[in-house]
Ligand binder design. Structure first.
Ligand code: ADP
Ligand code: MG
Length: 477
């Protein structure tokens, strides 16, 4: 690290990265038509209509839900939501773009500024997705299911300084979209695409030549591509071959784990952007009540991190509780029953994040337990009605067959014995059976207490409340 907190590579080089992230938005229909937006459609060319196929004479109509998603994203990242906004045509020819232009935004993005995971955001604009090409040996096919699906494009400032931060930022954006219900942003399904813009320089105040890497299919690949480019630039610079670094677009080859040249950089002039004449200009502050929308945002991942961390929940579990919505849903149900009960909440997060997640991955007949039954089990743990071993076993039953935890505990003889009279009788039997250790304890040997407790546990098949039993042993001796 140097004094600006930037990592230094090879003792000499600074890495600068800016990201462009595309994410499909969750809507019923496409950005400008009634064709369905269904990312799960497997049969090609089902979700099409005259608008998304660019038939002559058809006109686009703006999807208001997509605008609403954009406004909420903008509010969540603390950006400025523009009042005036418009769409532009970005002209280029490619088979997956039937109109010969993509409707995008150029001068007036919906969102400007804001930040996420400590990274400054330049803009977030709204556009339409393209179709997908399938290249066979001697021909290519085009599927237009995706053409016209609403797509948010987020652009960051060049203020990312390490490959690890690339993955961190992209994950945080995915989490934000999921938290807002604005998109699933599944990279494997192509719902989110990360492009890494990167340059390397020996002077932290002067940019090196920028290269853009596309075709990244996972967070891991995003980080790996950035690291590969960093090393490629450094070895060229070290060999005095800096002039071989040219402004270009490269593609990540997931098989070979390398980047390869795709094309030299196009300039924005080449797209001949101009305002889309078939769509109205928009005044978002008149269309939406921003104050109200802001107040109705759900708890943000970064807010939730602080809240859960204040409860003493460990970081790894916190990440599960903010990103795994099924698990979080159960946690929230328990939390609603007793917000201030820290013991209940930390125990709950333990059982959910270790035990239940384990059952979920290992048990083939796993089901999410009924939330009230789960809460009941947690309360039985807190009140020492069952010990932790029994609780894990009961949870497994709840997660595979269901049932009432109290009944299960009763049936399997797992209920902890807390009745002082009963425990006292059991302890007395153990003490009578082991005069040696009793004497040792009376002479101050603390290990003898452990031995006696062990015997009480054995006698009671582990059902005795250990705190009460310990207290009684001490009392009787
Ligand atoms: P272009 O006009 O070439 O598309 P932009 O200015 O639109 O470039 O920036 C695209 C992305 O590249 C942004 O995320 C920006 O932060 C990033 N970027 C710009 N210059 C550099 C650079 N020298 N090194 C790394 N990233 C950069
Ligand atoms: Mg650009």
């Amino acid at each position: 690290m140097n004094k600006e907190n930037r990592p230094v590579y090879n003792n000499k080089y600074y890495l600068t990265i800016g990201l462009e992230i595309h994410a499909e938005l969750k809507t019923k229909t496409k950005m400008f038509s009634r064709a369905l937006n269904n990312p799960d459609e497997e049969k090609p060319n089902q979700n099409i209509d005259p608008v998304s196929m660019a038939h002559p004479g058809t006109l686009p109509v703006i999807n208001k839900k997509a605008l609403e998603h954009m406004v909420r994203i903008g509010l969540a990242v603390g950006g400025t939501v523009a009042n005036f906004t418009e769409f532009d045509r970005k002209n280029y020819f490619y088979p997956d773009i039937p109109k010969g232009y993509q409707i995008s935004q150029y001068k007036h993005p919906i969102v400007s500024g804001g930040s996420l995971a400590g990274v400054d955001i330049t803009r977030i604009h709204l556009e339409e997705d393209t179709g997908t090409n399938k290249h066979e040996d001697t021909y290519s096919l085009v599927d237009f299911n995706r053409a016209g699906v609403p797509l948010a494009e987020l652009v960051t400032e060049p203020v990312i300084y390490s490959p690890e931060k690339v993955a961190e930022f992209a994950k945080e954006f995915q989490l934000l979209l999921r938290t807002l219900g604005a998109g699933d942003a599944n990279l494997q399904k192509g719902e989110m695409r990360v492009e890494v813009n990167l340059s390397v320089s020996a002077d932290p105040n002067v940019f090196g030549t920028k290269v853009e890497v596309k075709n990244i299919g996972s967070f891991k690949a995003a980080e790996a591509a950035a690291r590969y480019e960093l090393e490629r630039h450094i070895s060229l610079l070290e060999a005095n071959k800096g002039d071989e670094i040219v402004q270009e677009t490269r593609g990540w080859d997931e098989e070979k784990k390398i980047t390869v040249r795709q094309r030299l950089k196009e300039n924005s002039e080449e797209y001949r952007y101009f305002p889309e004449p078939d769509l109205p200009k928009l005044y978002l502050h008149e269309m939406f009540d921003l104050e109200k929308m802001k107040s109705q945002l759900p708890e943000m991942p970064w807010e939730k991190r602080v809240r859960l961390s204040n409860l003493g929940i460990k970081n790894a579990d916190i990440e599960i509780l903010i990103s795994d919505f099924e698990i979080a849903d159960i946690f929230n149900f328990v939390a609603q029953s007793d917000v201030d009960n820290i013991e209940l909440l930390t125990k709950t997060s333990n059982y959910l994040c270790s035990d239940m997640i384990g059952y979920r991955s290992n048990e083939k007949d796993f089901i999410y337990p009924d939330k009230s039954s789960f809460l009941k089990l947690m309360n039985m743990v807190i009140s020492n009605e069952v010990n932790s071993r029994a609780a894990k076993d009961i949870l497994l039953i709840l997660c595979t067959q269901g049932g009432d935890p109290q009944d299960i505990a009763q049936e399997k003889g797992m209920l902890q014995q807390s009745d002082e009279g009963v425990i006292r009788a059991m302890v007395q039997i153990v003490l009578d059976l082991h005069p040696g250790p009793v004497k040792d304890f009376q002479e101050g040997n603390e290990n003898a207490l452990k031995f006696l407790m062990g015997q009480v546990m054995k006698e009671s098949k582990g059902t005795v409340n250990p705190q009460i039993a310990t207290k009684i042993i001490k009392d009787l001796l």
